[in-house]
Design a protein around this ligand. Sequence first.
Ligand code: PHE
Length: 438
Amino acid sequence: MKRSQWGSRLGFILASAGSAVGLGAIWKFPYMAGAQGGAAFILVYLAIAFTLGLGLMAAEMALGRAGRGGIVETFRRLGGRAWALGGLLAVIAGFLILSFYSVVGGWTLAYLVATVAGTSLTQDPGSLGARFESFVADGARVVTYHAAFMALTVLVVGAGVQKGIERLSKWLMPTLFVLMLVLIARALTLPGASAGVEYLFRPDWSSFSTSTLLEATGFVFFSLSLGMGAMITYGSYLDGRAPLASSATWVVFLAVGTALLGGLMVLPAVFAFGMDPAAGPGLSFITMPAVFAQMPAGELFATLFFLSLTVAALTSSVSLLEVVAAAVAEALGIGHRAAAWMSAAAIFAAGIPCALSFGAMSSYTVFGLTTFDLFDAISSKLLLPLGGMLVAVLAGWVAWSRVAAQLAPSGAAWLPAARLVIAVIAPLSVLVILLHGL
Ligand code: PHE
């Protein structure tokens, strides 16, 4: 069977940026920056993203184009049989991430429906908190929305690389930027918004600690979709001529830029209305609705906000499913669409205990963690860094000549620096995170 390809380099960049820009940028980044002291966290995040993150992004794309297969096949082709196990690890990571990611995707969908119906806003943040809690505990509703979000994801992935993922990203990524700019313009013109801007851009190093460093590194992996084969799988659909190093730079730039925009969209509004920037995961679902409730035309802005969250989540979830589906199709020798539906069904099932983690199954814990928290912790603290380590060793040592030939076919002055980052700095820093995480 002929291998799928992206229709254009722009399509590839937008799809990859779509994978990277997701709930990470809009939901996690503002509350993490909010909890970790704002600008100090952001500067550290930027520094790591443009060194370690950029190096691994380029390495993944190069491995993908050199291997031209699903993640397991690519690892086997480039590293030998034992490396196939590393590919399997990445598939498991994608599987676990998508099973809880889709639950949060379902929440955003539910809030979008509620804001469109005009039933989401009240003035009192206390009652918004109670509402969020009773919503996430309502098993039937969260599982239904989880199913709906998975269905959207598999419809796109099943339609194919070019007709599904690329087309979706070409429409939704520009839409997302416009929505975010509208929301930022609104947020910045609120009286009192400047305190939020200052919080984002004036570093307070007294709040800096090693945990800031570790949190920021972990977030670089998650927010750039590194360590689980997303960029390897997407890179495998790229034709031989498109320049890789600049594509990788564009994707990192777009992803980091969007996270900053996410911060600008949320934190100034939070400050303007005197809410707590360190509110945690509830920031998008509890604090932001309270902010919108106090704004003129708040319903409209709330709808735009949840629309942008849903859009961002969908362009990421399709990349997670694509990694799993491409590997399953290759392993079983079945078609891409059939593999997508099979994988989606299994991921949906695994997501059910995650969806119920805030209600019926909240007392069902392993190591004191609910299924939702367990899947999140195993994947972001263990599997993604481990995957990043494998990518670094494979690209930096085992298959460096092929990676270098992909990155700069006729050589480049920056190649030794890239190798230093990929082969030495990346494995060492990942080792530190892994040890710390355990
Ligand atoms: N980067 C996505 C986000 O920030 C999440 C993701 C992680 C997607 C790993 C694919 C692979 O929301």
